[in-house]
Design a protein around this ligand. Structure first.
Ligand SMILES: [Zn+2]
Length: 219
């Protein structure tokens, strides 16, 4: 049973695409026994369940438009409000200062973790990434191998490499991520909520990084 004092904490985790933040968040979820909320997943669930908000999102994506901030915020509010006393690890939000302000209205964040990973480490990792064609589960040929090569552990379907996991495409995504996240991270730095962790060694296991993050949130 996790007895860590971080239980019921409200944690936001930031990290560039390919930094492994989703993996760390799910490891922390287990250690701290608090829900892991990924806005990307929430949006997919709303669409799948054809909720009112899900139908609204479909309208934007079918028209090739970005889903507006306020729609994402509505979904987040709906999902976070019932679990506020339990705490959460939030991933994929906020992506702008405006969203950070909206989040403040929903919950008092205790700590914001920023994962710093050098570009070369991310390029190495993403170019060895494989994904399940069926359920979308992500593996890595070096660090997170499936039990059977080329097959998904969860559903047995075939694994493939995404076209956007090419080095030049990855570097472009990292540039965009930095431009968007820097003002939000500064916002949290000013509020003294920001804690940073650097992972420049691709051979360190996700469990060890998760332990380091755990120590950071418990300080
Ligand atoms: Zn699968």
């Amino acid at each position: 049973m996790p007895t860590d004092k971080a239980t019921s904490m409200k944690i936001v985790i930031f990290g560039p695409p390919g930094s492994g933040k989703g993996t760390y968040a799910s490891l922390l979820k287990k250690r701290l026994d608090i829900p892991h909320i990924s806005t990307g997943e929430l949006v997919r669930e709303e669409i799948q369940n054809k909720t009112e908000l899900g139908i609204e999102i479909r309208k934007y994506s079918d028209a090739g438009k970005l889903v507006p901030d306020e729609v994402i915020t509505k979904i987040l509010k709906k999902r976070l409000t019932p679990i506020l006393s339990k705490g959460f690890i939030l991933e994929g939000y906020p992506r702008s200062i405006e969203q950070a302000r909206q989040l403040e209205k929903i919950a008092n964040v205790d700590v914001v973790i920023n994962l710093i990973v050098p570009d070369r480490v991310i390029v190495d990792r993403l170019s060895s990434r494989v994904q399940c064609r069926n359920c979308g589960a992500i593996y890595n040929e070096q660090t997170l191998k499936p039990k059977i090569t080329g097959k998904c552990d969860k559903c047995g379907a075939e694994l493939f490499k995404r076209a956007d996991d090419q080095p030049d495409v990855i570097l472009e995504r990292l540039k965009i991520y930095k431009a968007n996240s820097t003002p939000v991270l500064d916002y949290y730095k000013k509020r003294k909520l920001l804690k940073e962790i650097t992972n420049d060694d691709p051979n360190v296991s996700p469990e060890i990084i998760a332990e380091r993050i755990l120590k950071l949130v418990q300080i």
